[in-house]
Design a protein around this ligand. Structure first.
Ligand code: PLP
Length: 443
């Protein structure tokens, strides 16, 4: 771990255009992180910051894991880069097999990307190409969901349902429609999955009737919507989507960029919910956030359709990235999956869930709190907005949490908590205790 203690700020913050950031507000009062170990970051002013967000839903095994560092270092010394087109390297195959071992059903083939956004776009492209190869080339429509987040590529943005992420960027992809989101304020303070609301999946039947199934390629949803502020699916909802997709030959894509790798107390949300989607996208926890990497897993039949659709020595899928299965990412991924297995971190998350849920819901009654939602080691604390200033209270809470030594995530007026799966119960208590104290002092 780098030496803790106050550090000088870099003297020029101007050149960096920061992503999804209020650049001017940040640069006038910067928050820089300079080191990380276990459950804690160190801030540039030498403070210990409890990580209530696993970085950004990434570092499920906690920070500074020596075995991951060593694996990356050893790989960099052995071989820095190998071209992924028409060439390969051993760890790419090994990691794909290891990921496949974690997947449910016959999700058996894995395509590597460098991010969740690339994984989402890759999955959408595979879905459309798959139908074409099977002689159903009219199936090009994609269906996402209001309040969904699938990254920032044009595909993911188009099926996504967060207005600010879409409205600046033109007409987006044609032929996209959206399901309604699953949030119902009448069910505020539900612990875990709401018992009612599954009928929102029936909207898919309406869209199918409107567009005709012969035009629809895929439906993509996050099993638990994360970035929009933690929306837990009602009981039976995901099952109903699966049934409707099956009925009409539509592929079901689970975007598990957040929910993958133990966040819900199982390798994937698909396992937790007992549903086998046709494709799963993943990223973040795949390498514990240490090296950028994403992936798309597909069911055997999808892969085989591509194999059958091309001559023996022809390229079957005209898609890929220079850094697909980058050796450093593969090394980090393998070391990460070893940690998850050796420390039984997915099971640990499941064991911690009741404590986490109880701690989160103790904030009911705290100032400004209008809803608390949770599943696995994810919780959303929704605050009442300041009239006329949506997001201002959430941002204020986020900054004050940071000043009080806690890293949370904020979306609008919703705080999202998703600590590393190595969290101790006292650290979970500290996360929600700090939030409670901060809320008590907020306007
Ligand atoms: C469900 C989901 N999909 C896709 C993405 C995009 O991932 P990335 O930021 O790695 O491109 C995210 C990021 O938070 C996500 O939560």
């Amino acid at each position: 771990m780098a030496e803790a203690g106050p550090r000088p700020l870099p003297n020029d913050l101007d050149a960096l255009w920061m992503p999804f950031t209020a650049n001017r507000a940040f640069k006038s009062a910067p928050r820089l992180l300079v080191a990380a170990e276990g459950m804690y970051y160190t801030s540039h002013d030498g403070r210990r910051i409890l990580d209530g967000a696993a970085g950004m839903w990434c570092c499920n095994a906690g920070h500074g894991r020596a075995s991951i560092t060593r694996a990356i270092q050893a790989q960099a010394e052995e071989m820095d880069f190998a071209p992924p087109f028409q060439m390969g390297h051993p760890k790419a195959f090994e990691l794909a097999s290891r990921v496949a071992d974690l997947l449910p059903g016959d999700l058996s083939r894995v395509f590597f990307t460098n991010s969740g956004s690339e994984a989402a776009d890759t999955a959408l492209k595979i879905a459309i190409a798959y139908h074409r190869l099977r002689g159903e080339g009219a199936r090009t429509r994609l269906i996402g969901r209001e309040r969904g987040y699938h990254g920032v590529g044009f595909g993911g943005m188009s099926v996504g349902g967060i207005a600010n992420n879409r409205k600046f960027f033109g007409a987006l992809l044609p032929g996209v429609d959206h399901l309604p989101h699953t949030h119902d304020p009448a069910r505020a303070f539900t612990r875990g999955q709401p018992e009612t609301g599954a009928e929102r999946a029936d909207e898919l039947e309406r869209l199918v009737a409107l567009h005709d199934p012969s035009t629809i390629a895929a439906v993509i949803v996050e099993p638990v919507a994360g970035s929009t502020g933690v929306l837990v699916p009602p009981e039976g909802y995901l099952e109903a989507l699966r049934r409707i997709c099956d009925r009409h030959g539509i592929l079901l894509i689970f975007d598990e960029v957040i929910t993958g790798f133990g966040r819900l107390g199982a390798a994937f949300a698909a396992e937790r919910f007992g549903i086998v989607p046709d494709l799963i996208t993943m990223a973040k926890g795949l390498t514990n956030g240490a090296v950028p990497m994403g992936a798309v897993a597909v069911r055997e039949g999808i892969y085989q359709a591509f194999m059958a659709g091309a001559a023996e020595n022809a390229i079957e899928l005209f898609h890929g990235y220079t850094y697909s299965a980058h050796p450093l990412a593969c090394a980090a991924g393998l070391a990460t999956l070893d940690l998850y297995r050796d420390e039984a971190l997915f099971e640990r998350a499941r064991r911690l869930e009741p404590h986490f849920e109880a701690a989160a819901h103790r904030l009911r009654g705290s100032a400004h709190v209008v809803d608390i939602r949770n599943l696995g080691l994810v919780a959303g604390i929704e605050l009442a907005p300041i009239p006329g200033k949506p997001g201002a209270r959430g941002y204020d809470a986020f900054v004050k949490c940071y000043e009080a030594g806690l890293l949370a995530r904020v979306t609008g007026d919703i705080l999202a908590l998703s600590p590393p799966l190595i969290a101790e119960t006292c650290q979970i208590d500290e996360i929600f205790g700090t939030i409670g104290a901060v809320l008590a002092g907020l306007d």
